[in-house]
Design a protein around this ligand. Structure first.
Ligand SMILES: [Zn+2]
Length: 419
C-alpha cells in the first residue's frame, strides 16, 4: 500500500508530497532526496501488521488536512520495490512500483518473481527459527533434543542413532531452507553439488589419501561448519535487507537499462556490506573440498594440483598441497574452482571485481544516484545489483555448507578408515 505524506524539507524548508510504499516489516531504514534541494531525508518503519505499523521520517510532517498548493512536487519512494522517483500520480506507469516492474518484466516473469520471493521470505521467517534450533542441537551434540525437534518440526519418523545420521538430517533440513531462501531461478547449487558429490564419492572409493586429507582437516572443518552456520544465520536474520537481490535474476539484458533508472530507497548499506564481506571471505575458506575432489579424481591425490593452472595465478603462487591452497588469496582460490567444468558459477557468485568495489575503504552508497561506488570504481553498481551480489554470496555459502557436509561425514567417527 502507498501512504501520502505532506512533508517540509528540513534544509530548504520547501513543502512536497512523498508517496511512500508501506509493507509489513521487522524493520526497514529508508531515505529519499528532497525533490527541490536533493538533501537526503532518512526514515524508518517497522510493524508486522498495519495496526502496529510505525513510520518515522526525519523531517516535519505536516498535517494531512493542510491544503496542498497547486504545483507541489510529488515523489514516489519505495524501500520494498525499486521505484521511479520522479513518478507522480499523473504518470500511471510509475505511480505504482509493482505496476512499473510488471511493465518492464512482463506479467509472467513478474508473477514468477513474486512467487519465488514470497516463498523465500516465508522460509526465512517461518521455517528458519526451527532450522536454527535443530542445527544448534546438532552442533552442541545434543542427540536427544536433536531427535525431539526433528520429529516435532520436520516430520522425522525414525531415530537418527549415529552422528553420521544426525549430520545427514541436519544438513538436509538446512539445505531445504537455504535453497528456498536462495530461490531457484538462476541458481546453480544443484549442478555444483551434484558434480561435487560424484567426484567426492569416486575419490573416496578409490583413494585412501582422499579420506586421509579430510581426516587430517577434520578439526578445521568442524570450526568452519560452525562459522558457516553462524554466517548463514546472520544472513537470514537480516534477510529483509538483501532479499530484493533476487529480482536481478529475473532481469534480462534487454530490461537492464530500464532497471538502471529505478532506485531501491533502502538505507542499510553498512549492514549489508558487513554480511557481504564476511560471507565472501568465509566462502573462500570453504572451497578446498571442491579442489580436493577434483585433484583426487584427476590425479589420484587431493594435494596434486597438476599442470593446469588458471591464467590469473602467477607461477610462484601455484599451490603444491591443500595447505598451500588455504593460504592463497581469495581471487586465486576462486580461479582454481571456476576452471573446473560445472563450477564456473563460483566466479559469478563470488565476483572478485565487484568485491573490490564493495570492500574498498572508500565504498559508499551514493544517495543522490542510488549507486554503490568507490574511488576506484566511480560508476560502481546500482543498489539492487549490490543486493544481487549479496544473494550470490548467500548462495555460495549455502552450497558450500553442503560441500562441507561431505567432509564432516568423511571425518566422522562412524566412518571407518580401512588400513
Ligand atoms: Zn530541500
Amino acid at each position: 500500500m502507498i501512504s501520502r505524506y505532506y512533508l517540509k524539507c528540513p534544509g530548504c524548508e520547501e513543502m512536497f508530497v512523498a508517496r511512500l510504499g508501506v509493507e509489513p516489516t521487522r524493520g526497514t531504514r529508508f531515505y529519499f532526496p528532497c525533490p527541490l534541494c536533493r538533501l537526503p531525508i532518512r526514515g524508518s518503519m517497522s510493524g508486522s501488521e498495519l495496526s502496529n505499523h510505525r513510520i518515522a521520517i526525519d523531517c516535519e510532517v505536516l498535517s494531512g488536512r493542510d491544503p496542498e498548493p497547486d504545483g507541489v512536487s510529488v515523489v514516489t519512494i519505495n524501500s520494498f520495490v525499486p521505484s521511479l522517483y520522479e513518478a507522480d500520480s499523473f504518470s500511471p506507469a510509475g505511480a505504482f512500483p509493482t505496476m512499473t516492474l510488471m511493465g518492464i518484466l512482463g506479467s509472467d516473469v513478474f508473477l514468477a518473481f513474486e512467487s519465488e520471493r514470497h516463498q523465500a521470505l516465508e522460509a526465512g521467517q517461518a521455517m528458519w527459527p526451527q532450522v536454527r534450533m535443530l542445527f544448534q542441537y546438532y552442533l552442541q551434540g545434543n542427540a536427544e533434543m536433536f531427535t525431539r525437534i526433528a520429529k516435532k518440526h520436520f516430520g522425522l519418523e525414525w531415530d537418527p542413532a549415529t552422528s553420521h545420521q544426525r549430520t545427514s538430517v541436519a544438513y538436509q533440513v538446512l539445505g531445504t531452507a537455504t535453497t528456498t531462501i536462495t530461490g531457484s531461478t538462476g541458481a546453480c547449487y544443484e549442478k555444483v553439488i551434484g558434480r561435487f558429490s560424484r567426484k567426492h564419492t569416486a575419490a573416496m572409493k578409490r583413494h585412501t589419501d582422499h579420506l586421509r586429507a579430510f581426516r587430517r582437516r577434520g578439526q578445521a572443518s568442524a570450526a568452519l561448519e560452525r562459522d558457516l552456520f553462524t554466517e548463514l544465520n546472520r544472513f537470514v536474520e537480516q534477510q529483509e535487507s538483501w532479499e530484493m537481490g533476487l529480482l536481478g535474476r529475473f532481469v534480462g539484458a534487454e530490461e537492464k537499462a530500464a532497471f538502471d533508472e529505478l532506485v531501491l530507497f533502502r538505507d542499510e548499506f553498512s549492514t549489508v556490506r558487513d554480511l557481504y564481506q564476511h560471507g565472501f571471505e568465509l566462502a573462500c575458506k570453504c572451497l578446498w573440498p571442491l579442489v580436493a575432489a577434483q585433484n583426487t579424481v584427476m590425479r589420484g591425490s587431493p594435494d596434486d594440483f597438476g599442470d593446469v593452472h588458471p591464467e590469473s595465478v602467477p607461477a610462484n603462487k601455484r599451490p603444491r598441497s591443500l595447505e598451500k591452497f588455504d593460504k592463497l588469496s581469495s581471487a586465486y582460490k576462486i580461479a582454481y574452482v571456476a576452471q573446473v567444468p560445472g563450477w564456473e558459477p563460483f566466479a559469478v557468485l563470488l565476483d572478485n571485481r565487484r568485491r573490490n568495489t564493495i570492500g574498498h575503504a572508500t565504498a559508499h552508497h551514493d544517495l543522490q544516484t542510488g549507486r554503490v561506488v568507490s574511488d576506484e570504481d566511480p560508476s560502481g553498481m546500482t543498489y539492487l545489483e549490490f543486493l544481487g551480489e549479496t544473494l550470490g554470496v548467500f548462495e555460495a555459502l549455502s552450497t558450500l555448507a553442503q560441500v562441507l557436509r561431505a567432509s564432516r561425514v568423511a571425518s566422522s567417527p562412524d566412518f571407518g578408515l580401512s588400513e
